[in-house]
Ligand binder design. Structure first.
Ligand code: 4AD
Ligand code: MG
Length: 431
């Protein structure tokens, strides 16, 4: 008898099979029992008859507690009444691991309770759907870049540099020297782009931000492509193509997951239409002012401003050329203006705000040195980075996309914490 996964039930219609499952719910009428069986790949219904199993075995089955693990054997039948389309007529079962008082019952639980039980909550249908979409997005990221001649380069996590500023660093002692958990793989990505042309880094990055917003984690996964011989305009095209590609991949491969999350596919489909609108920071300020926002030129946008701008265009929108004073040291100076840099953020609609930040990188040795000093950094940590400007510097651009920000938008979650298996936040290091 073949051991199968529930997700492949359709390929085994009318066959006898064996499946390892957890019992997620059940109801019984004395003669017939309906069991919700979950194996991680999917959940479907098992049907057990007292007449088939015998009174004792039937009673034993009906008595099992939520999350008991068991082998079930039986025959797969097409079942047009259920959403899944198939069910199992159970002929036998073997208990593998007992379970008592599983804390997450079918009733509603508060978010803090669920996060305290994240190690168990991952078994529930909604987290399961979100993590499967996360997996699909990761798969599609590799596919997108492999198809375009990028190679993946792994940046270190222990570093001596602070590319995004010195205020948000997790510091640790590195054999008597200060080290930080990486905020961004970008600086290493730039070195790699000079070695390999087009690269991406994709891994955990860290921000010791004491912010408690729904967009911030202290540990998040960042995708950071870096492209030699590329100016900002071309990088924006890569960014919008990437977003459209990832959205389409989720639409194509995650139909069930989107249904579990009540995510409207027609809305998602809109985000595959290119190009995305572009607006300069200057014009964005004017537009905000005209719509009653109390913002002056020079400020960084908060969540209400970002939400308004993306809603205004009803599409993801690039905001171009931010004030130099609020952006990172490495960004390319504007050719004719001293007050802005060649940078862009991509703002997602539906209230999700910045999902990508990127820029063209300065190739000017002296300018970078001066910008590093102005931001209070120790030049000694950046000699290697400045070397890249001494030996055949070329125009290059790149960007960073926060995986959890992107996923929160695509899966329509209120908070990025729901899109990473074990979220790390200001007040959460457990489980
Ligand atoms: O805008 P950020 O800080 O840019 C960088 O780190 C650049 N080095 C990227 C680059 O050009 N290679 O971060 C990039 C993205 C943001 O747009 C956001 O999606 C995500 O990373 N992000 C966070 N996600 C979750 N929690 C946080 N605390 C985040 N901070 C940034
Ligand atoms: Mg940013």
């Amino acid at each position: 008898m073949e051991k199968i996964s529930i997700i492949n039930a359709a390929k085994h219609t009318d066959e006898r099979v064996k499946i390892g499952v957890w019992l997620s719910n059940k109801r019984s009428s004395g003669k017939i029992a309906f069991l919700q069986l979950r194996d991680g790949t999917a959940t479907f219904q098992g049907v057990a008859l007292k007449q088939e199993l015998g009174a004792d075995r039937f009673a034993q089955l009906v008595d099992l507690a939520q999350e008991t693990s068991l082998w079930v054997t039986g025959t797969i039948h097409a079942d047009t009444r259920s959403k899944f389309g198939y069910e199992l007529a159970i002929s036998d079962f073997e208990i593998v691991g007992t379970s008592h008082d599983y804390p997450i019952t079918p009733k509603e639980h508060g978010i803090d309770f669920l996060l305290d039980h994240r190690h168990l909550w991952l078994r529930s249908s909604k987290p399961n759907a979100i993590m499967r979409i996360r997996n699909e997005v990761i798969r599609a990221v590799y596919e997108f870049f492999n198809d375009r001649d990028f190679i993946k380069v792994d940046a270190p996590i222990l570093t001596g540099s602070a590319p995004e500023g010195t205020t948000e660093l997790f510091q640790t002692d590195y054999f008597g020297q200060d080290a930080y958990l990486s905020q961004s793989g970008q600086l290493y990505g730039e070195a790699a782009a000079m070695a390999f042309g087009k690269i991406f880094t994709f891994g955990p990055t860290f921000r010791a931000e004491k912010s408690k917003t729904r967009r911030h984690l202290t540990e998040f996964w960042q995708l950071e492509p870096e492209m030699a011989w590329m100016h900002q305009a071309e990088s924006l095209e890569v960014q919008e193509q990437l977003v459209a590609y990832l959205v389409q991949a989720v639409i194509d491969h995650c139909t069930n997951e989107l249904a579990v999350l009540d995510r409207d596919v027609a809305t998602l489909k809109k985000y595959t239409k290119l190009p995305f609108p572009r607006i300069s920071y200057d014009d964005a300020i004017t537009l905000l002012q005209q719509n009653g926002f109390d913002v002056d030129w020079g400020v960084d946008f908060g969540s209400p401003e970002e939400t308004f701008l993306a809603e205004h265009f009803d599409q993801p929108v690039f905001v171009l050329n931010y004030p130099k004073a609020i952006k990172a040291f490495y960004m390319q100076a504007h050719p004719t203006r001293d007050d802005v840099v060649i940078a862009a953020d991509l703002l997602a609609p539906e209230g999700y705000g910045e999902i990508i930040g990127g820029s063209e990188r300065s190739t000017d040795y002296d300018y970078l040195k001066q910008r590093l000093l102005a931001s209070g950094q120790d030049l000694g940590n950046y000699d290697w980075y400045l070397d890249l400007r001494k030996y055949g510097a070329v125009p290059h651009s790149g960007f960073g996309m926060g995986l959890e920000r992107f996923l929160a938008w695509i899966t329509l979650q209120d908070h990025v914490r729901e899109t990473i298996p074990f979220p790390r936040m200001l007040h959460r290091l457990y489980p």
